[in-house]
Design a protein around this ligand. Structure first.
Ligand SMILES: [Zn+2]
Length: 254
């Protein structure tokens, strides 16, 4: 039986059973349902998590599980905050339980190699915690926790992406990088004519509760979305796929 896709949602149980017998691992993509400014859809992180996982899986022995479409609470300084229509948050407790339940199911099926790959910054630590709890019960299953799909980006790429200076990944929410990626991958979902450059009144190194309006932007874009281009999107996308694929191959060599 030859498999024609690595996307588990499109496979039959017999195909999946065969892959597990052949030693395949599985990638669990996790995104968010979160406002992404006036130009991008609320599923941007989930779309990216799924497609990075499929791209990274290409030269690996990995299947890709259905994407978790929801993520941890959007925060003002890294996602715009929880006041926007459409943003639908999970609590940390729920997210840990979701990761735990799904990885338990992977263990039951017999997967020994698991990657949890997040494209939503706020998921950090909660996905590690869920993975940690499962790992304690199943030490024979190796779990790779990718709280980001990439590490440092080469200077020459950063210079092309951010010629006027890099504001930090948290502030890049719904801004140049994400809009560029979506222009490259899904132009049909981008309203570039509505893209804005925005900035909150303050961007401190700490956070406060209740959330402070000085830390919000009106548009939900935290920095400069107008500087996005298809070319930038292609450049950073290929780099992300390369880095994520190499990392997975390093931890789970074929
Ligand atoms: Zn995002």
């Amino acid at each position: 039986m030859d498999i024609t896709t690595k996307e588990m949602a499109q496979m039959t149980w017999q195909e999946i059973e065969q892959c597990i017998k052949e030693g395949y691992g599985i990638i669990l993509p996790i995104g968010s349902t979160e406002q992404h400014g006036p130009a991008l859809p609320i599923s941007t992180d989930a779309i990216c998590a799924r497609e990075v996982s499929l791209g990274a899986a290409e030269n690996t022995k990995m299947l890709v599980a259905p994407t978790i479409q929801y993520g941890y609470r959007s925060r003002p300084l890294s996602g715009g905050g929880a006041t926007f229509p459409g943003t639908t948050n999970l609590s940390g407790h729920t997210l840990i339980c979701v990761i735990e339940d799904i990885l338990e199911e992977f263990a039951r099926m017999g997967f020994k190699k698991v990657v949890v790959l997040s494209m939503h910054m706020e998921n950090q630590n909660f996905i590690y915690e869920g993975s940690y709890l499962v790992s304690r019960r199943h030490p024979d299953m190796k779990i790779m926790v990718m709280e980001s799909a990439f590490g440092d980006i080469q200077e020459n790429i950063m210079d092309v992406l951010f010629p006027d200076g890099f504001p930090g990944w948290a502030r890049e929410h719904a801004a140049c990088m994400e809009v560029s990626i979506m222009l490259y991958r899904h132009p049909e979902l981008v309203h570039f004519d509505r893209a804005v450059n925005d900035n909150s009144e303050e961007y401190p190194f700490y956070d406060v509760l209740p959330p402070d309006p000085r830390f919000f932007t009106k548009s939900g874009t935290l920095w400069h979305a107008r500087e996005a281009t298809i070319e930038k999107g292609k450049l950073i996308w290929e780099e992300i796929i390369k880095q994520a694929g190499a990392a997975i191959n390093k931890e789970f060599p074929i």
